[in-house]
Design a protein around this ligand. Structure first.
Ligand code: NAP
Length: 488
């Protein structure tokens, strides 16, 4: 079993609410291996009573955790980082098993997740406030940062370790306590990370996790949305669900970070280094089989280089090896589930019906299993097609021609979303002009791999608000208190 793990106790298979426990109603749901579409584990199918118990535990633990000196919280987070790195092989296999990504990517995600834990361990000790020059004599004025309180973290399935780390590490660093619900498809990596957090010294009650099936996700999360004791929601997932959380949490006016869907443009100008642009697109598009929020979803190529670019791209895409993570040479794994493959197929059929043509791919790979789709390049796509209006979240590259810079910038911005955008050009004036004009939270200029723990990650428009990582990431979990001392 190439994806078996060494430490079986990293699979507790239960909720952690101050201790490892079953769901109160005793229900469980199956975890499916997307490579084979077979059940390989089960975890608690929690409900409202479990969500409430987790919140009670986090609320009770908050006063003591916020009082722990920042340096001590930092040391616990550093130990968590060290344990994650020490178990990167097991965690990488677990990610690949439940999420499907190739093993090299599973291992890479562990290192990426740990980088946020290490970063926020360091940031914990730098939550400095301000000493403000008083406008009158006899006063001293200060601005302090304090933890917001209990944080509810709700995460998606596409990066089961990184999404948890990006939320929980800054929350714990700030002195907040946490209740967390991972995605139905990928609960195991999250449970393993919580287990390691306990071993690192995170006290019981500070970090609580409840797993739930898709049917019960809202039942669990609604408890947290409605309860005034939760002071912060940190959500990564789709825009419709993000909006729902914002609406429902409005009654208790919680602080929100929403990392939502994208529809990233990738522009290749006529002055671009075409080989570098193909390399960048391969990296940006095919990581995790295209199942990333920053995946280019609309590729615009200047008409003068269009045909050469499509030929180069199709050759590279056609050579990608598709297969399960158990095969060391796999570069593209299965999609997360059958619904995901159905959506990809719907987008490709719609594009063909509206006049696009297939340069390479364009089919399910049924000989590999139910969840595989061939890496695909579609030429002749336009703004009327589902594949350019909705996130495909799969290995499909729609390519559209353009003639002028003004036209392509307008087309790139003609979407409600604004997460990532990419462009390739060697003209320095154009680079600054286009970078300024693109409506996106992240812009890759002659670069396809953007994410880093030191960089602020997040979107604009309907891709959400708030930033993860960077020197700004800790502030999402803190509130400012102004102190004014008079009579001096
Ligand atoms: P999703 O359906 O919105 O699910 C995200 C999380 O919310 C999961 O834990 C899910 O539980 C839960 N959830 C679903 N419906 C809910 C409801 N009515 N009330 C409360 N919670 C609910 O998104 P997804 O399909 O897992 O993830 C893909 C999306 O995430 C894409 O749009 C992608 O762009 C976005 N994403 C954004 C970023 C970013 O940083 N901006 C990063 C990664 C992904 P279940 O899994 O049990 O349904």
């Amino acid at each position: 079993m190439p994806l078996s793990i060494h430490r079986d106790d990293l699979l507790p298979g239960r909720n952690f609410i101050g201790r490892w426990c079953e769901a109160q109603q005793g229900r469980r749901f199956d975890v499916i291996d997307p490579a084979t579409d077979t059940v390989f584990a089960s975890v608690p199918d929690s409900g409202a009573d479990d969500a409430r118990a987790a919140l009670d535990a986090a609320h009770a633990a908050f006063p003591a955790w916020r009082a722990v000196p920042a340096k001590q919280r930092a040391q616990i987070l550093k130990r968590w980082n060290d344990l994650i790195m020490a178990h990167r092989e097991d965690l990488g296999r677990l990610i690949s098993r439940e999420q499907g990504k190739p093993l090299a990517e599973g291992r890479g995600e562990v290192v990426y997740a740990a980088s946020y834990v290490e970063w926020f361990a360091e940031e914990a000790t730098r939550a400095n406030g301000d000493v403000i020059p008083a406008p009158v004599t006899g006063r001293r004025m200060f601005a302090l940062k304090e933890p917001v309180g209990v944080v509810a973290a709700i995460t998606p399935w596409n990066f089961p370790a990184a999404m948890i780390a990006r939320k929980i590490a800054p929350a714990l660093a700030a002195g907040c306590t946490v209740v967390c619900k991972p995605a139905e498809d990928t609960p195991l990596t999250s449970l393993a990370l919580v287990k390691l957090a306990g071993e690192a010294g995170v006290p019981p009650g500070v970090l609580n996790i409840v797993t739930a099936s898709r049917e019960r996700a809202a039942e669990v999360v609604d408890v947290w949305l409605d309860d005034a004791r939760v002071r912060k929601i940190s959500f990564t997932g789709s825009t419709p669900v993000g909006k729902q959380l914002a609406r429902r949490s409005a009654d208790t006016l919680k602080k929100l970070s929403l990392e939502l869907g994208g529809n990233a443009p990738f522009i290749v100008f006529d002055d671009a280094d075409l080989d570098a642009a193909v390399d960048g697109l391969m990296v940006a598009k095919f990581r995790n089989g295209g199942q990333t929020c920053v995946s280019p979803n609309r590729v615009f190529v200047h008409t003068s280089v269009h045909d050469v670019f499509v030929d180069k791209l199709a050759a590279r895409v056609g050579a990608l090896k598709v297969g399960p993570a158990t095969e060391p040479e796999s570069q593209i794994g299965p999609m997360i589930n059958a619904r995901a493959v159905d959506k990809i197929e719907r987008h490709v059929i719609d594009a063909l019906e509206r006049g696009a043509r297939i340069a390479v791919g364009g089919t399910r790979l049924v000989s590999l299993g139910t969840n595989y789709y061939a890496p695909t390049v579609l030429a002749g796509t336009d703004a009327t097609m589902a594949c350019t209006c909705e996130e495909t979240f799969g290995p499909v590259v729609p390519v559209t021609r353009f003639d002028t810079e003004a036209e392509v910038v307008a087309a790139a911005n003609a979407t409600p979303f604004g997460l990532a955008a990419y462009f390739y050009s060697r003209d320095v004036k154009r680079i600054w002009r286009v970078a300024d004009a693109l409506e996106a939270g992240l812009v890759g200029i002659n670069e396809g791999a953007l994410a880093a723990e030191a960089a602020p990650f997040g979107g604009v428009k309907e891709s959400g608000y708030g930033r993860e990582g960077s020197v700004h990431g800790l502030d999402e979990y803190m509130q400012m208190k102004y102190l004014c001392q008079g009579q001096l």
